[in-house]
Design a binder for this molecule. Structure first.
Ligand code: BGC
Length: 391
C-alpha cells in the first residue's frame, strides 16, 4: 500500500537553475543595532525569515512540476519562514546570501549543526568532524559564524543549537560512538553558547521531543544535562530556552496523543509536544535553565503514520504543518517554526551507502530517498498535498 503511494508520488528529482527572487528589502535599511531581550518572546516582534536557500529549492521544485494547481500551491511554500542549516564548514557560506535580503522586521533562523562525531546514535547525518576534532569545531566552525553575526549587528538571529546532541548523551550513552563524543558535545555546545551570546542573537538548545526526553525517567536527567552545559558556558543571557520536535513528527496538542495506547505509554506523561514543553520546561526551571520553547511544526500535519514513536526517517504520508507563528496559545511556547526545511531528506534509503541507516529503510519511511539534506522532489510534493492547513 505505502509502496504504491510512493510510486505514484515519485516525480522527477530536480535541482533546476535558481529562479527569480521575489523583491525584498535589504538589510542596509535597518539603521540601528538589534538588542534582543531574551527574557521576552522575540517572535511577537520578529517574523521567521523565508530564507533564499529554501526559497530557491522550492522555486526549483515548482519548475519541475507540471500540474498547474499544484504548482501555484507549491510557489506559496517559498514565502514560508524556515531555518537555514549551517551543517558544515563549507555551508557557513550560505549565510551571505541569506543575510542579503533580510528585512528589518524578520529574524533569520540558523541551525548550528556540526559537532564532532555528529549524529552519534544514527548514521544518516554523521558529520564531517571526528569526535576528537573539537578545536577544529571551535576555530573553523563556531568562530567564523560568530564573526558573521558580529558583522551584522543590525540584524536579528534565532539559533537552534545542535539538534539531537545532548539528548543523545542522556539516552544513548551506552553506544561507543556517543560515549566517545560526550566530551566534545558538552565542550562544543558550551563553547557555542558562550561565543554566540551576542545582543542580536537568541538561542534555543535542542531537547529532542516528547517521545525522547519526555519519558518519565528522562525528564530530570535531560533537563540536568542541558542545565549543566548551559552553566558551564557561564549561563549566557541570550539563551531563551529549548527547541523541540526539530525535524520531528509529533503533533502539538493531539489528545489522546498518537502513541497513548501503546503498551509503554504509562511511562511517558508527555504524549504530545504541548505537554512535553510544559513538563520539560518545568524540569528545566528546577535545574536552573531558561525554559521557553520553539516547536517545529514543519512536517507534523498528519498523525498515525509511524509504526513506532522512535521512527524518525522520511515518514511516509507526512504533510506540512502549521506555519511559523508566535500564536501558540501557550505561555512557555514562544513560537511554532519550520525547523526542518520540508523536502530535504532525513537520510538515504540506499542500503549500500556509507550513511545508510536502517530507519530509512523501514516500511513507514518514504523510499527512495536521497542523502540527508538533499532535495527529494516527490517527498516535497507529498508534504504539499497533505498540508494542514492546506496551501
Ligand atoms: C542533515 C543536514 C541537513 C538538515 C536539514 C539533516 O538531517 O544531516 O545535512 O542540512 O537535515 O535538511
Amino acid at each position: 500500500m505505502k509502496a504504491e503511494i510512493a510510486a505514484i508520488l515519485l516525480a522527477a528529482g530536480a535541482l533546476a537553475a535558481p529562479s527569480e527572487k521575489a523583491p525584498r528589502k535589504s538589510a542596509a535599511a535597518c539603521s540601528s543595532a538589534v538588542k534582543l531581550d531574551a527574557s521576552t518572546n522575540v517572535w511577537t516582534k520578529y517574523k521567521l525569515h523565508p530564507n533564499t536557500f529554501y526559497r530557491s529549492e522550492v522555486n526549483a521544485a515548482v519548475e519541475a512540476m507540471s500540474d498547474s494547481s499544484l504548482k501555484s500551491k507549491a510557489a506559496k511554500v517559498a514565502d514560508v519562514g524556515s531555518f537555514l542549516w549551517l551543517d558544515s564548514i563549507a555551508n557557513i557560506a550560505k549565510f551571505d546570501d541569506a543575510i542579503s535580503d533580510l528585512p528589518c522586521e524578520n529574524i533569520l533562523g540558523l541551525v548550528i549543526y556540526d559537532l564532532p562525531g555528529r549524529d552519534c546514535a544514527a548514521k544518516a547525518s554523521n558529520g564531517e568532524l571526528a569526535y576528537n576534532e573539537i578545536s577544529k569545531y571551535k576555530s573553523q566552525y563556531i568562530d567564523p559564524i560568530v564573526a558573521k553575526l558580529k558583522a551584522n549587528p543590525n540584524s536579528a538571529f534565532a539559533l537552534i543549537i545542535e539538534p539531537d546532541s545532548l539528548p543523545n548523551l542522556v539516552t544513548n550513552a551506552d553506544l561507543t560512538t556517543c560515549r566517545q563524543s560526550k566530551s566534545a558535545y558538552e565542550e562544543g555546545v558550551a563553547y557555542a553558547l558562550k561565543q554566540l551570546n551576542l545582543p542580536n542573537v537568541v538561542m534555543y538548545i535542542d531537547a529532542g521531543h516528547g517521545g525522547w526526553l519526555g519519558w518519565d525517567a528522562n525528564l530530570k536527567p535531560g533537563a540536568e544535562e542541558l542545565a549543566k552545559v548551559y552553566k558551564n558556558a557561564g549561563s549566557p543571557k541570550q539563551v531563551r530556552g529549548f527547541a523541540t520536535n526539530i525535524a520531528g513528527w509529533n503533533a502539538w496538542d493531539l489528545s489522546p496523543g498518537e502513541f497513548s495506547s501503546a503498551s509503554d505509554a504509562k511511562y511517558n506523561s508527555c504524549q504530545n509536544e504541548k505537554t512535553y514543553v510544559q513538563k520539560f520546561g518545568a524540569a528545566l526551571k528546577t535545574a536552573g535553565h531558561p525554559n521557553h520553547a520553539i516547536v517545529d511544526t514543519g512536517r507534523n500535519a498528519v498523525t498515525g503514520l509511524r509504526e513506532e514513536w522512535g521512527n524518525w526517517c522520511n515518514v511516509n504520508g507526512a504533510g506540512f504543518g502549521v506555519r511559523p507563528t508566535s500564536s501558540t496559545g501557550d505561555s512557555l511556547a514562544d513560537a511554532f517554526v519550520w525547523g526542518k526545511p520540508g523536502g530535504e531528506s532525513d537520510g538515504t534509503s540506499d542500503s549500500s551507502a556509507t550513511r545508510y541507516d536502517s530507519f530509512c529503510g523501514k516500511p513507514d519511511a518514504f523510499q527512495p530517498s536521497p542523502e540527508a539534506g538533499e532535495w527529494n522532489q516527490a517527498y516535497f510534493e507529498m508534504l504539499l498535498q497533505n498540508a494542514k492547513p492546506s496551501f
